[in-house]
Ligand binder design. Structure first.
Ligand SMILES: *[C@@H]1O[C@H](CO)[C@@H](O)[C@H](O)[C@H]1NC(C)=O
Ligand SMILES: *[C@@H]1O[C@H](CO)[C@@H](O)[C@H](O)[C@H]1NC(C)=O
Ligand SMILES: *[C@@H]1O[C@H](CO)[C@@H](O)[C@H](O)[C@H]1NC(C)=O
Length: 500
């Protein structure tokens, strides 16, 4: 590592700095990674930089390379799934885990809504951790190929977490470049000869991340415990290894032939420094989804602990992670310029699963709130509606009545609104600045995935608008979107300052 005299990375860093809005990775990691890059480029320049995948390239990077291990950084990966708000809650858990285990969190993209599912923890019917990791990888490849890849850190603002050094992060794409030795962007090459070689790489890298390639050395430790057997705890004292209060009942046990029990385990003792896991470069969890259930937690039962100040501030920050300023500003602009008055927000989930059968209750809550507002005046009452019911289906519902009633002024947002598109464009432009290592192809002035689509941010802006509704908020019972809006309102996200 002769190339790694401080002067080289420092120079590179300062040259690039203006592009970044904030230090996405703490400087120590930055320098480490840059050292590594310089080292890596010098070593592998010919085939790493060539867009064409040569045979030499093919024979490398079957395992995480020695170079990847040489940087000494330890990483944490997990399998996000289901809808956006679920992915957000897993992201928060992943940040906590990375903090506890002192590993660099690999930041995933926002996955397609129904691309990956976990199943049901209470029913003991879930997809195995390695399988769910593979599904996530497949969706990552698909997102890249179709130009829809957007990191969750381009939607959710973790800049203050990162700058306070409470957690270290790396974008998944950058991690893949370092660790698997190729750029995900190569996925978009269309030449058929190259494609088979690339798909080979993708499969191997995916298998490595999923922990299904048997690597006895220090590459990967794959966590294969899930919510059927384990509830992760932290600072649990002598309760480590105890049975959890929620277990499969006898009926379920015989029906599913369940022979295991659910134990509460201290994640730091099991997977942290000093454990057999510590030397592994990558620690891969499966799902990090949890929820309260029958007086316990389904998978993660970790709380702040006064004895650990650093962890205390991490849990406090993770409780509420704001949207990035581009999303908040679009929402504030809509409230200021389009609605222009104090307003009520109604979030109505009317389609999809359980929500189909509860229209009456959902509308009832809104009716009551509106009647109360009407008595107080003044009229008209301004109302912002976010719903999954398409506009052309409103006519025969309570929504149709509201739109035609002159006592109300109803507003809503749509995907193709100028405001949404403008915000998406801004976000896309700054989004690139959040990457730590620009993709290798930028370096040779050629990108294979050139058709990047505008990110879909409608739902996020709608939630942000609802956080600004000064007349109140009516949500749909049981909806995670409603929960998130309540959280935003509680933390005063609308009044928090944020410049574009
Ligand atoms: C956490 O990891 C970093 C980087 O690997 C290391 O420098 C630091 O000493 C570790 N902190 C603790 C408390 O182990
Ligand atoms: C139930 O599980 C045990 C242990 O996993 C296995 O040995 C046994 O064959 C299974 N029985 C049935 C009916 O599947
Ligand atoms: C919205 O209006 C308030 C008060 O009129 C103003 O202070 C604020 O800057 C405006 N925000 C935007 C995004 O236009």
């Amino acid at each position: 590592m002769d190339n790694c005299k401080p002067s080289t990375p420092t120079k590179t860093l300062s040259k690039r700095q203006p592009q970044y809005r904030f230090p996405f990775i703490p400087v120590s990691v930055a320098i480490l990674l840059l050292c590594f890059l310089v080292f890596y480029y010098n070593l592998l320049k010919p085939n790493f930089l060539l867009p064409v995948v040569s045979n030499t390239f093919k024979s490398q990077s079957l395992q995480c390379s020695n170079q990847a291990l040489a940087i000494g950084e330890r990483f944490l990966w997990y399998a996000p799934h289901s809808g956006f708000n679920n992915q957000l809650s897993e992201f928060k858990n992943a940040i906590l885990m990375a903090g506890i285990l002192n590993r660099t969190l690999i930041v995933p993209p926002v996955l397609d809504h129904h691309a990956v599912a976990l199943g049901s923890c209470p029913k003991f019917r879930v997809v195995d951790p390695d399988e769910i990791r593979i599904s996530v990888w497949n969706n990552v490849v698909e997102l890249t190929r179709s130009g829809r890849y957007i990191s969750i850190a381009e939607i959710i603002d973790i800049s203050s977490l990162v700058s306070s050094s409470l957690v270290r992060v790396i974008d998944l794409r950058d991690f893949v470049s370092i660790w698997c030795g190729f750029s995900l962007d190569l996925t978009c090459l269309t030449d058929s000869k190259e494609q088979s070689s690339i798909s080979n790489h993708l499969t191997r890298c995916g298998s490595l991340l999923a922990g299904v390639l048997d690597s006895a050395d220090k590459c990967v430790y794959a966590v294969n415990e899930d919510c059927r057997t384990t509830v992760w705890t932290y600072h649990s004292g002598d309760k480590d290894g105890m049975l959890d209060s929620f277990q499969a009942d006898e009926k379920l046990k015989s029906k599913k032939n369940i022979t295991y029990v659910r134990r509460r385990r201290d994640v730091y003792k099991a997977l942290g420094p000093g454990s057999e896991v510590e030397p592994s470069s990558l620690l891969a969890f499966g799902s990090l989804f949890t929820a309260p259930y029958k007086g316990s937690q389904l998978y993660i039962d970790i709380h702040e602990s006064p004895q650990d100040k650093r962890f205390q501030s991490l849990t406090n920050k993770v409780k509420y992670l704001p949207f990035v300023p581009e999303i908040m500003n679009a929402a504030k602009e809509f409230a200021n310029v389009t609605i222009k008055a104090p307003f009520l927000c109604a979030q109505l989930r009317l389609l999809d699963g359980q929500f189909k059968n509860h229209w009456k209750a959902t509308f009832h809550a809104l009716k009551q709130k509106l009647e109360a507002l009407r008595e107080k005046g003044p009229l008209p009452i301004h109302l912002f509606i976010m719903t999954d019911l398409p506009g052309d289906k409103w006519a025969d519902t309570y929504l149709g009545d509201l739109v035609s009633d002159s006592n109300y002024r109803v507003q809503f947002l749509a995907e193709d609104d100028g405001l949404i598109r403008a915000a998406a464009k801004k976000l896309q432009a700054t989004g690139y600045g959040q990457r730590f290592i620009p993709s290798s192809d930028d370096k040779v002035g050629k990108k294979h995935c050139s058709k990047q689509m505008l990110p879909d941010i409608l739902l996020h802006v709608e939630q942000a608008v609802c956080s600004c509704a000064s007349l109140g908020f009516v949500g749909t019972a049981g909806s995670t979107i409603a929960e998130n809006i309540k959280l935003m309102r509680e933390f005063g996200s609308c009044s928090a300052s944020g410049q574009s």
